[in-house]
Design a binder for this molecule. Structure first.
Ligand code: BTN
Length: 244
């Protein structure tokens, strides 16, 4: 991955640039990195704050020969790879919060946004966007975010990291797991995801677009759907939600 890295000083969103490149035939493994994004996109149409020079904001183009229903598995694969890459490059313990937030000490340090270009029965391209807070100090975060968000440097007594080391560790892990996925499927990745996840085995509350459900997070399905066992013994399938 990343044999072709396109570096931009400023973009609206690396997702948009990667979508355009993919539509024009860019090859699998192409990565778009930006120093800053004017309109970084988060999950659920939220804005992703992408200040210059402090974090890693990048999008990766994959072209797996799979049906569109399998694409969410790539998000979970990426969450595993980002978590492992952070731990390898920094020695800091990181964990995954369903669906795809990377936490350190219970605060979010990275997020993943997966988008797809597809035909009804075939994926043409999956665009995986990764935003990772690396060298921000406390004053870089809006006050209301400080209890919920962190950076690698903040979790390392303020000492900063080389962003190149972190991105190369992450891309290496994505490549390893992606080739594993193409050859052997999702089984091992799901196990690894569950072992790195803070969410599993805990009593949680999921706030979906339509309702709020509490219960025991039992695990995930093959497609990354969260299984929530409610007090009445039934299991709720959570497709998209914020977790408390
Ligand atoms: C989330 O909501 O947690 C996902 C955040 C994803 C942000 C990254 S930054 C690089 C890429 N470009 C974007 O506009 N978004 C993703």
């Amino acid at each position: 991955m990343g044999h072709s890295i396109i570096y931009k000083k400023e973009v609206t969103s690396t997702q948009e640039v990667a979508h355009e490149l993919a539509r024009n035939g860019a090859e699998e493994g192409t990565v778009v990195v930006a120093e800053t994004q004017q309109k970084g996109k988060g999950r659920l149409n939220r804005e992703w704050h992408s200040p210059s020079g402090t974090g890693l904001w990048f999008s990766l183009i994959l072209r797996p020969d799979v049906i569109p229903q399998k694409a969410p598995q790539l998000t979970l694969l990426t969450a595993v790879a980002v978590t492992e890459g952070i731990m390898e490059a920094t020695g800091i313990q990181a964990q995954i919060k369903w669906p795809n937030d990377i936490l350190i000490d219970d605060k979010k340090t990275a997020g993943i946004l997966t988008e797809m270009q597809s035909e009804p029965d075939r994926v043409q391209a999956v665009i995986i966007g990764i935003g990772l807070n690396i060298n921000q100090q406390a004053e870089h975060f809006p006050a209301e975010l400080l209890t919920k968000a962190t950076s690698l440097a903040l979790e390392n007594d303020g000492t900063t990291f080389q962003r190149a080391d972190v991105i190369s560790a992450i891309l290496k892990r994505i490549e390893q797991w992606y080739f594993h996925f193409l050859q052997y499927g999702f089984k091992e990745i799901r196990k690894r995801w569950e072992s790195l996840a803070v969410t599993i085995g805990k009593e949680i509350t999921a706030v979906t677009m339509t309702k709020t459900v509490s219960g025991l997070a039992e695990g995930i399905t093959e497609d990354g759907v969260l299984l929530l066992k409610k007090q009445d013994g039934t299991t709720e399938y959570i497709y998209s939600a914020d977790i408390d």
